[in-house]
Design a protein around this ligand. Sequence first.
Ligand code: ATP
Length: 300
Amino acid sequence: GLQPALHALVQGVAGGGLRFAVTLDRILSSTAIAPPVRASPTHPVPAAPEPVRARLRGVTFRYGPHARPVLDDFDLTLTDGAYLAVVGPSGAGKSTLAALLSGLLQPQAGTVRLNGVPVDGDPAVLARHRVLIPQEAYVFTGTLLDNLRYLRPDADERRVTTAVDRLGLGALACRLGGLGATLEPGALSAGERQLVATVRAYLSPAPLAILDEATCHLDPTAEATVELAFADRPGGLVVVAHRISSALRARQVLILGDGRPMLGRHEDLLTRSATYRELVGHWLGEPETARPPRPLPLGG
Ligand code: ATP
């Protein structure tokens, strides 16, 4: 059945060097996300509590006065270093949550705070606290460097090059003729545009990153490279997951669209949520290799 296959998969991933050890030793029943306690073997002292990066409190959101609420009296706390994957069936509210967390939507009830500041939709304020990378990547006509530095115009070339290498944009940059090459957005594939957008976001000074299926056109390896780079961000990472691998990499998984939203580790949700089991079964039943993304040019 599904369970042994899932366990084999989880073991396989863990044995393959999951970069982030899952060290929470209890099932979190609330929606407060604490980073794992880091203790050295010789000095098992719990780390000091991390600062709260984002907090949704009693959030209710609906798209119209007569629409059913997408989120209803919803709470979520993200502390520094949080690494959360948001999953759920289509229409469950994943993108809505990403937009609320980013301050692009305002709830009808409840509050959303980033670093203690209520989000009010002012783009300049929001840009200091978080960077949202949407599924539809935006690339403008201009040099690759201008595109990459858009959220941090003062980034020097060395910093940009480091980000380009870290996120796997190097081959494309090379093929285009370097950072000074002019980009024609229409000449890039959807995956290439997404890579440009992720490097741009990576360079932004915002501590918290929110990826809303921002890597869905990348192959799984490129997607992992991007997510792991963002997971190092001090403020934390929220990923609206497109593949099971994103949920397996994350420290915590939030499932929407299953009655009350549920938060836990992947293994916990497998036992606790029928919708999560269904979703994972669906992901596993359609191997990622069976749906290849548009191939990235290999250079030359
Ligand atoms: P998907 O996986 O398909 O992207 P999702 O989980 O991200 O879905 P949302 O896009 O957040 O779901 O949508 C949640 C619900 O809100 C859905 O029922 C959707 O139809 C509805 N909805 C989303 N955007 C709007 C909008 N602009 N106006 C009205 N209803 C909307």
